[in-house]
Design a protein around this ligand. Sequence first.
Ligand code: G6P
Length: 479
Amino acid sequence: SERSAAVPVGAEVLVASNRGPVSYGLTEDGTLTAKRGGGGLVSGLSAIGPETNAVWVCAALGDGDREAVRRTGGALEPGDTGGQRVRMLDIPAEVHAAAYNGIANSVLWFVHHMLYQTPLEPVFDAGFRAQWASYEAYNRAFAQALADEAAEGAAVLVQDYHLSLVPGMLRALRPDVRIAHFSHTPWAPPEYFRMLPDDIAEQLLRGMLGADRLGFLTHRWANAFRACCAEVTGGTESTRIGVHGLGADAGFLRERSQRADVQERMAALREQIGTGPDGTARKTVVRVDRTELSKNIVRGLLAYRELLAGHPSWHGRVVHVAFAYPSRQDLAVYREYTAQVGRLAEEINAVYGTESWRPVVLHVKDDFARSLAAYRLADVALVNPIRDGMNLVAKEIPVVSDQGCALVLSREAGAHEELGKDALTVNPYDVSDTARVLHEALTMAAGERGERTARLAAAATALPPAQWFLEQLQALRAL
Ligand code: G6P
């Protein structure tokens, strides 16, 4: 590297992630429109206060972002980013696509969430090797940018499976900095992880072990990582491992969910939900997800259909409010899954719906205010992922719920480690049992529902995002 003996005045705290706090759309007349990024990682990191004075290094994800980098040199306005100092990297589009869609979201996401249909997938061939070279190049671009921006002895907090190789690469460029890596996903058990070619599995683990400290959302994922290291690299060497269960931001959510735009959307939703034969508001089963294969939206709809089939008494008296926001639409499997969700919702409405009752209200246009409106009105929340690092929706709903909400929660969500006592637990593959638990949730007495919701909210907010971040920063500095 070009770094000279005179160390530049750089940042003391750096965060690195593929998706940053903001992404830009580009309108036809050349105007850039800023939009907040989605997913648990951005929700968590957006709460880092200005007092940490962190620089957030992220990738340009589309044409709007690339244009923003061209106009600003990559240093974005805090006014557009929710107050963060952001450095956006313009990695060549084809390199980014191979690394992000090809390796990160196809291979690594699928491994950690155990999503492969193994008779046919995965196939690690020459095409995979070519994408892997892009993944290395993309990780190297981050490592170099961090090396350029970091002050002597800075703390660098690298996020997620997109950037697994960065700790090792950065360590080689800048032995003076302290490096942490945090995984927002589950970690696969060794017998699944070792589907990866041996050299790739080893490179990934050694890349992460280049960090001083590794963080996971639950003990289960941390233990799986240790087990993989025991088999592949012979151990975790001198790297420390910590568990930090990211919680919901109660202050932000409570304030945000009382605003006028949320009230308006509540009124609109109430209208769509309607009233039952006795004139009282219909009960609601609410879910809010990215349309994501791991979220298990299809089995959720199948369970709801089975509820209606098994309990005619619910006809006309319940509505499934399902928000499924498009995600990773460059990938064909995500597009097909999105279509399947739409078809199944229509099918249920065609079979059971009447002139005055739409059993499934499906919304696909991402709208945070409407999500909060649904959180507030939910009688039952359905959070049934196949596997999930944490799942913040399960933590957010009890915090803003107006009249208490019964939480139906997959035992495979990281959040279950903290919320399991007061949620109604389901095996995400067991559709019939999920239908049975939905019925139980819908008939839970108001008193019990309220008490459980209060305990869920307390557990869900035990480690708010700002504290979650500071805890890791302090642990890194204390090494
Ligand atoms: C998960 C990942 C994040 C990611 C988010 C949204 O929460 O752990 O790293 O940002 O999904 O996915 P996307 O591909 O849109 O960034």
